[in-house]
Ligand binder design. Structure first.
Ligand code: NDP
Length: 295
């Protein structure tokens, strides 16, 4: 049946959150430390506010303490920097997250560089990305969304070693680190981007596809090799007069077509999305354990 093919990110994320809950309370009981995550939100983008709210709720649900700073849209870069360095020095904070995008008058790179790499739970610090790219080096943190994609492959016992993997998209936060992770797992990796010619010829060779494009239903059934495993990161609103809000969310991969050809596929929503937050919690726990030398 078609449902046998579903990679249930929501369920896996729940399992991971339960594992984290157990570890958080074990840590608290053994050494009296509660992991803490600090979020810096600048401006009043509705979507960013929603993400921040969801992250806070997720923290609460596993017993992680959350801290939040909200700054006005017209704040200065110095004010953001001050919050970052305050959290860098705060021993009850083990993870710092700057909600992106920042207002356009700020230098995002400056700010991300200022986050202590020991607390860089988003994994966006260039040192962490650099280590991810280098053989024999270990990043302290891996970006949450691509990490969640790989975690799904592991939990569904998908072989990665020696397989052909195709990543669609090369953004700093998803596509590029996803490709690096697959390579670290010994896949043979090809990256498709907006200048790639005939992408469907490349995807047809893939045993594993991770798609992070932001184009609704771009990847058609005919692009897929029979039996391939598909991880769809895309979250794209499309108009739907029948939906309560007038739109619904679809992935980059045309689910209806692709699910007939693939051996496994993530739905949107309910696939990669819940995994991203689970990985953020996991990175925060890992950070607290590392800082307090707790195994
Ligand atoms: P970006 O816009 O930063 O990157 C999109 C990438 O896709 C770029 O590398 C771009 O190529 C490539 N691309 C765009 N159009 C095409 C095309 N027609 N053919 C091939 N490649 C194309 O997006 P993000 O990586 O930030 O996000 C991608 C998607 O994932 C979005 O839908 C976003 O909402 C979703 N997302 C989901 C998350 C989750 O938790 N599930 C988390 C983060 C993002 P080029 O580099 O040449 O411009």
């Amino acid at each position: 049946a078609a449902s046998d093919k579903v990679i249930d990110g929501k369920a896996v994320a729940k399992t991971i959150r339960d594992e984290i809950t157990v570890e958080v309370s074990r840590m608290k009981e053994s050494i009296g430390v509660v992991p803490g995550l600090a979020v810096i939100l600048v401006g009043d983008r509705k979507d960013s506010a929603t993400y921040v709210r969801n992250k806070k709720k997720a923290c609460e649900s596993v017993g992680i303490q959350s801290f939040e700073v909200r700054l006005a849209e017209d704040s200065s870069e110095e004010e953001v920097m001050k919050s970052v360095s305050g959290f860098n020095d705060d021993p009850s904070v083990h993870g710092i997250l700057v909600q992106l995008p920042l207002p356009s008058h700020m230098d995002e790179q400056n700010i991300l560089n200022a986050v202590s790499i020991e607390k860089d739970v988003d994994g966006f610090h260039p040192l962490n990305i650099g280590r991810l790219a280098m053989r024999g080096r270990e990043p302290l943190f891996v970006p949450c969304t691509p990490k969640g994609c790989i975690e799904l492959l592991h939990r569904y016992n998908v072989d990665i070693k020696g397989k052909r993997a195709v990543v669609i998209g090369r953004s700093n936060i998803v596509g590029m680190p996803a490709a690096l992770l697959l390579q670290r797992e010994d896949a043979t990796v090809t990256i498709i981007h907006s200048r790639t010619k005939n992408p469907e010829e490349i995807t047809r060779e893939a045993d594993i596809i991770i798609s992070a494009v932001g184009q609704p239903n771009m990847v058609r059934g005919s692009w897929i090799k029979p039996g391939a495993v598909l991880i769809d990161v895309g979250i794209n609103p499309v108009e739907d007069p029948d939906a309560p809000r007038g739109y619904r969310l679809v992935g980059d991969i045309c689910y209806e077509e692709a699910s007939k050809v693939a051996s496994a596929i993530t739905p949107v929503p309910g696939g990669v999305g819940p995994m991203t937050i689970a990985m953020l919690l996991s990175n925060t726990l890992t950070s607290a354990k590392r800082i307090h030398n707790f195994q």
